[in-house]
Design a protein around this ligand. Structure first.
Ligand SMILES: O=P(O)(O)OC[C@H]1O[C@](O)(COP(=O)(O)O)[C@@H](O)[C@@H]1O
Ligand SMILES: [Mg+2]
Ligand SMILES: [Mg+2]
Length: 337
């Protein structure tokens, strides 16, 4: 094995495409543009304190959240890059109330719709804590050449053709799947290339990390409280007590637990009766990744990716990570509610 062999993202995508004789390269081209847009966002993130990209935009989004300048910057650059690639006929974003229709001759021929959380972990932007971008890709259901419709977006997660995230952390990584396992690519700034660094990632069945915003403890359902108590009780056989780790950026918490083993939880709380996280551009893509790594992702009872979406920005309770840990919290929820 040549230790100096570097496999770039583009090379890897082309090699994967070669395994599908019918593939025409549309998805390859699209994923390439995702990588490019992420490089532009990464450039700003890396020097955030030096350029006018920190702080509030002075506007709010459909979620009623104050938009950060970087939320808007990332949103604009992903929309422009994906419009210019010609493979996408419309985009849905956390930052836009309705989906953005690309209504020109080229884009109307696009086979795919793209859903994204352009900047995840907004509360951590101004304090130099890792943040991310999350994306999900579907084949359109509407006829090629016509205008995309809402039905193109309201597809269950099981229909995703690709999904992934970019983590802007101590290094910048792109982690994605097309249903053949998940691979991670680390951006080498000196050559400007994403290089294969994590091949066919598998998450341990059991972990020793639990991630939840315990500041909401009093608002949690009884089953979740009981599970947290279980995580904190001493039992050497099952390596308990577990460690509590919570960054507050979904991408960062998921990435750590994916590699080390662990469970991430965002249950319903009284001021978020359907949970906080968004099904279409946070939970479905993360669920696809976690399942491809051998883990599980549910709403506490049902498989997230089998949820029939009803609206673009719908929220869901979210429990995902090491399969035995998700099984355990589901048991507590079943017993205690
Ligand atoms: O501060 P809380 O309530 O724990 O919420 C943190 C969660 O909210 C989020 O920041 C929501 O995502 P956005 O930053 O994209 O809005 C997640 O990244 C994170 O897991
Ligand atoms: Mg988010
Ligand atoms: Mg966001």
């Amino acid at each position: 094995m040549n230790p100096f062999k570097v496999t770039t993202l583009n090379e890897f995508i082309l090699n994967s495409q070669a395994q599908f004789p019918d593939a025409e390269g549309d998805l390859t081209h699209l994923l390439h543009h995702v990588g490019t847009a992420a490089k532009i966002v990464n450039r700003e993130v890396n020097k955030a304190g030096l350029v006018d990209i920190l702080g509030e935009m002075g506007t709010s989004n459909i979620q009623g959240e104050d938009q950060k300048k970087l939320d808007v910057f990332a949103n604009d650059h992903f929309i422009n890059s994906l419009h210019s690639c010609g493979e996408v006929c419309a985009i849905a974003s956390e930052e836009n109330e309705s989906f953005i229709l690309f209504d020109d001759d080229v884009a109307r021929k696009g086979k795919y719709v793209f859903l994204m959380d352009p900047l995840d972990g907004s509360s951590n932007i101004d304090v130099n804590v890792s943040i991310g971008t999350i994306f999900s890709i579907y084949k359109r259901k509407s006829p090629i050449g016509e205008k995309a419709t809402m039905d193109d977006f309201l597809q269950p997660g099981t229909e995703q053709v690709a999904a992934g995230y970019i983590l802007y952390g101590s290094s910048t990584m792109l982690v994605y799947t097309t249903g053949q396992g998940i691979n991670g690519f680390t951006l080498d700034p000196s050559i400007g290339e994403y290089c294969l660094s994590n091949t066919l990632i598998k998450t341990p069945e059991n972990g020793t990390i639990y991630s939840i915003n315990e500041g909401n403890y009093l608002k949690f359902p009884a089953g979740v409280k009981q599970y947290i108590k279980y995580c904190q009780e001493k039992d050497e056989k099952s390596h308990r007590p577990y460690s509590s780790r919570y960054i507050g950026s979904l991408v960062s918490d998921i990435h750590r637990n994916l590699l080390k083993g662990g469970i991430f939880m965002y249950p319903v709380i009284d001021n978020a009766p359907h949970g906080k996280l968004r099904l279409l551009y946070e939970c479905n893509p993360i669920a696809f990744i976690i399942e491809q790594a051998g883990g599980r992702a549910t709403d506490g009872k049902n498989r997230i990716m089998e949820t029939k979406p009803l609206s673009l920005h719908q929220r869901t309770p979210f429990f995902c990570g090491s399969s035995n840990m998700v099984n355990k919290v589901e048991e507590f929820i079943q017993v205690f509610g």
